[in-house]
Every structure is written in structure tokens, then in C-alpha cells.
Design a protein around this ligand. Sequence first.
Ligand SMILES: [Ca+2]
Length: 329
Amino acid sequence: MTQNDQAAAVSALARARQTSSLNPPIERDVPNRTPPPRHRVIIDTDAANEADDQFAIVHALLSPTLDVRGVVSAHFGLRRSATSLADSRAEIERLMTLLGETVTPVADGAPTWIPDERTPIDSEGARLMIAEGMAEHGPLTIGVLGPLSTVASALLIEPRLVERDVTVVWIGGPPYDGLLGRTGGDAGIEFNLSNDIAAANVVLGSGIRVVQVPESTYRMCSVGYHELREKIGRSGPLGQYLVQQLVDWNDRWNGEAIERRSLGDSPAVGLMLNRGGGVLRERPAPRFSEDGSLADGVPGRSVVVVESFDTRYLFEDMFAKIRAFARRS
Ligand SMILES: [Ca+2]
């Protein structure tokens, strides 16, 4: 067989494979007749808890393929503030002002943790989640950057949400498989979990689709002061605010010299923009014990755990959008 004969045989084989029953055309092989709809999302955020929610909120609101149906304020317990829900609301509104954003609804979520696993706290934010989740408008993703109090309340008020095409992306929970937490456990329960363990058990046991970004993954999102200043430090009032509030937070709360922070809430927005950017593993959904440790969950329930995320894409996309916003402002 000559080289030409070999090439022809390989080409014929490739064509045969493409048209065989093993590789038939699928829905995606048909060209778009109309532009695909934007992704419907809700951001649920304890925005004033520290300095990373701000970046995720801004990233979502500057992303043209995301249809942000609302931003819901969340509490962050009592450890750093007695008015955490109001603090989060004020921080969201500060960002909305910097963005010149007047259309996206802002709603208060649950002001504290739920009393137990059967008792919701009604709120404007829970009602927004129910209305959007029950609407006949296609998939909805709720990105939760703090405790699960409001989502759990929405599920307890309207259990039919689990039958809808709703995905909860949650930033929180301890590492799996014996991996150590941030300080090897000295810091206590993972922060977002600690602010409502009952709510986490409600949501993971409910049957709603959950994509979880545990601490071992969200810690891998650090940015340094120098990088932030180079990338967005001169990007108008919004860029300046994002950098300065992060430095200020570290100065106020960090007990050791530091020049970086993990933007750990950002993977939730990354997963909305690029689900394929995560390394995912489906595993049985756990329950969380009172001390925050992992225990066996409801049989048959599963959770998709994000084990790593494409942070090069995530942060370059965010920086570019903030710079572009500054140029057109
Ligand atoms: Ca947060």
C-alpha cells in the first residue's frame, strides 16, 4: 500500500466513523436559528462578610451572558457584626452605585440562621428565589456565596422547587477525603457552613441539584496586592474600590502580615459562565454534624463537588471586564 493509499484509507475510515451509529448527529450539531437565551441566575451574598463577594457580584453583573434576576443579601452570623444582613445589603448597594446599575432587583434574605431543619425564615429573597425557580423560563442557577439560610427557607416554603430546573452553586463546606482545612481545623467550622449548619443539611438533603465548592477548592483562588493593583488598580472608582476594600479588610482583621487574599466566592460565577472549567466529582451528599464535620447524608442524594477550577480564565475574564467597564464609564 502506498502512502497515498494509506491516507485515503484513513480518510475513509474517519468519514465512516463520523456517520456511523456510534457518532450520530446530536442536537448541538444543528446551527442556532436564534441567539441562545442568557443564563438566568440569582446571586445570594453575605457581601460585607469580608472582601471577596464584591468581586463575584461585580463579575456577574458585568457578564453579558448572565441574566442576573436578583442579588439577595445574606447574613454572616454574629461573629463580626450584630447587623450582618443590613451590612451586606449596604455593600451590595454600594457596588450597584459604582456600577451605575439600577435595573437588577436587590432583596433581603434571611436575617439569621434558620431555627431548625423544618422551620423556614420567610424573606423577600426567599420569595424571589421561589418566583424565579417556579417560573417557566428555563434553567435557573442560584449562586450562594455565604450561608444557605435563604435557599433552605425557600425550599421549606416551596418544596416543589426540587422538581424544577434549578441548580444551587454553594461556596462552602469542609474538604472531603481527609484533606485538612485552612489551619488544619484550628479555625473551627468552615465559615459559610458555620453560619447555618441546619440550612446546609436542608439543602443537601432536599434533592435539589447542588454544585458545591468546598474550602479546599475555594482557597485556591488567591490574588496578590501587586497583581490587583496592576490589573484593576487604575480602573476607575470601581477598580480602586475593589482593591482598597480588600487591603482595608486584611489590615483590620488579619493577625499576620499579608499581601494577598483568596477570591473564594468567584468560582460560583465562573461555573455560571463556564461549567466546563471545573473538575467535578459526583459523590453521596453528606450531612454536617453540629461540629461541622462530615457525616452520612440522606440515602440516594448526591452532590457535585468542584475539586478545582480554571482560575486563569476566571480572573483574567473578571479583570478584563472591570477594565472595559472603566473605559466606557
Ligand atoms: Ca461570601
